[in-house]
Design a protein around this ligand. Structure first.
Ligand SMILES: NC(=O)c1ccc[n+]([C@@H]2O[C@H](COP(=O)([O-])OP(=O)(O)OC[C@H]3O[C@@H](n4cnc5c(N)ncnc54)[C@H](O)[C@@H]3O)[C@@H](O)[C@H]2O)c1
Length: 268
């Protein structure tokens, strides 16, 4: 569903943005797809990375033409080539959004060590590695904004069945804080957005797979009711937060987090 109340401005005119995770697991608006849409609407030139070409193409169908780069962020060689390709295409990278992430089920007793390592690579390891590629260029120009996409799983234990995701998203926050200090004097800002329960294709297509439609309505209603404002957020909430933090309007904001959870973590 589109964000019909949104009137685009020119907050990011002249900026060039690299969005990592510019597709979505399903049809509709995942966080990365909505981020591409809003950053473009605010005037930024956008380049998008994703491992899934058809997900990138679907984003393009929704938002219009943008530079698409297929890359598995876990593969260092592919990541290096993709950042170079993005730099070539954009000329410079003013904004870097690290949105790739995802969870696998498993608690401390059941999760295999290999799955733990892969979850760390998928949720925080590649962010460390892409920062090492992009920050030196931003530092040279004394300007840049990085936004990492976390999760409330990194700050609260709503469920124990995603031990690696939870630990990796917690690490992502500290990676952002610690790196922000290192580059603060060089004009580069790093922040983390922290979505809570969101109504995105991840929920509608993956979590509700195998449920019949009546169960699905109940499932959404149950999730909505857990949120103090009475409704899950959506990908637009995340995209607008990213757009603000990446803009010069947030020029004094660095090393911090913006929680987008309708008040949910207040209750935990
Ligand atoms: N959707 C939610 O409810 C929710 C809640 C909290 C946090 N988040 C976070 O938001 C971010 C985006 O989530 P979403 O649900 O909107 O995304 P999604 O799962 O719909 O899409 C993720 C995209 O990342 C791509 N991707 C996955 N692994 C990749 C890899 N190794 N290399 C390159 N691309 C890869 C996928 O192809 C997909 O297009 C994630 O970091 C997630 O942890 C989501």
């Amino acid at each position: 569903m589109q964000d019909t109340n949104y009137k685009p401005g020119a907050m990011l005119t002249g900026k060039r943005a690299l969005i990592v995770g510019a597709g979505s697991v399903g049809s509709g608006w995942g966080n990365g797809r909505a981020i591409v849409s809003v950053l473009r609407a605010e005037g930024a030139a956008v380049c998008g990375i994703d491992q899934n070409l058809s997900a990138l193409q679907e984003t393009e169908r929704y938002v219009g033409a943008f530079e698409k780069i297929v890359c598995d962020v876990i593969d260092q060689h592919e990541l290096e080539n993709s950042v170079l390709a993005a730099q070539r295409h954009l000329g410079q990278i003013d904004i870097l959004v690290n949105c790739v992430g995802g969870s696998v089920p498993g608690d401390i007793l059941t999760l295999a060590p290999e799955a733990w390592l892969r979850q760390f690579e998928l949720n925080v390891g590649y962010v460390f590695r892409i920062l090492k590629l992009v920050l030196p260029v931003m530092i040279k120009r004394k300007s840049g904004s990085v936004i990492n996409v976390g999760s409330i799983a990194g700050i609260r234990c709503l469920e124990s069945n995603a031990v690696a995701y939870s630990a990796a998203k917690a690490a992502l926050i500290q990676l952002g804080r610690s790196s922000a200090i290192s580059v603060a004097r060089q004009g580069v800002r790093i922040n983390t957005v922290i979505p809570g329960l969101m109504n995105t294709p991840l929920v509608t297509e993956r979590l509700m797979k195998n449920k019949d439609p009546s169960e699905a309505v109940k499932f959404i209603a149950e999730r909505d009711s857990k949120v103090p404002i009475g409704k899950m957020g959506d990908a637009w909430d995340v995209a607008h937060a990213v757009s603000f933090l990446s803009s010069d309007r947030a020029k004094s904001i660095t090393g911090t987090e913006l929680v987008i959870d309708g008040g949910l973590t207040l209750r935990c």
